[in-house]
Design a binder for this molecule. Structure first.
Ligand SMILES: [Zn+2]
Length: 244
């Protein structure tokens, strides 16, 4: 026949297992969330670099168009100058100045194009690094998500079985003991512990020999550790196989 202290000890066993399962899952969802944020941040960086590269490309094509316009205009001016269409020296000088301006503008545009080409090369290298970094984190995330999924599936059956046993036990155990057990659980996860070598295995305080004798003689009484308040059960008490 099961005694209340045996039921409490079995409850403590089940709760320890449930706590462990909770802990196992506890870290994984947090890690998945962290990796999700890391992936999002890296995607943002990749997008930023891609936008900069698009800007450079469109600037490049605009500059080429302007450059061509300048070239055409210069040819036209030179043509005006050298085919005798200029009416006087003043007009000739004005055209010469305009041609000089166009040439200096073309030099400026060439420099700009060279600078942009350098910038583009740097950004392409950066993009390569950012993309491989992103891929690393996406792989890490996929792996963690799989771990979490597998563990959840694996735990599901065990969890249900433990919950069912726990429900049966908590219904069968003396109600006052159960309430006390739950109250202690709010500050000690292991609310009921066995005595090991004459000491509380929760806080390692020694139990007086007198109390040990009392406990042996009153297997249906309720004893707690004087130091930590945990419920104590005898060293030789075995928890039923089904609750192990
Ligand atoms: Zn104790």
């Amino acid at each position: 026949m099961e005694t209340d202290i045996q039921r409490i000890a079995a409850l403590a066993h089940i709760d320890e297992k449930l706590d462990e399962m909770h802990e196992e899952l506890g870290d994984l969802p947090k890690e998945v969330k962290k990796l999700e944020a890391a992936v999002r941040e890296r995607m943002r960086l990749v997008e930023q670099t891609e936008t900069s590269l698009q800007e450079i490309a469109s600037h490049k094509s605009n500059t080429h168009i302007t450059f061509q316009e300048f070239t055409d205009k210069e040819a036209k001016l030179a043509d005006t100058q050298f085919t005798g269409k200029v009416r006087n020296n003043k007009e000739f000088d004005a055209i010469t100045k305009e041609i000089e301006f166009i040439r200096s503008e073309r030099v400026r545009l060439e420099q700009e194009l060279a600078q942009n080409a350098l910038k583009q090369e740097n950004l392409e290298n950066l993009l390569g690094t950012q993309q491989s970094d992103l891929k690393d984190f996406q792989e890490k995330l996929a792996q963690k998500e799989k771990e979490l999924e597998d563990l959840s599936n694996e735990q599901n059956d065990e969890f249900k079985t433990l919950q069912k046993k726990r429900k049966e036990l908590s219904a069968a155990v003396n109600n006052d003991w159960y309430l006390e057990y739950e109250r202690i659980r709010t500050f000690h996860n292991d609310a009921a512990v066995h005595i090991r070598k004459g000491s509380c295995s929760g806080c390692f305080s020694a139990i007086t020999p007198q109390k040990l004798v009392e406990m042996r003689n009153n297997i249906n009484a309720y004893y707690t550790c004087q130091s930590c308040g945990r419920i104590l059960y005898p060293e030789d008490l075995r928890v039923e196989e089904e609750y192990m």
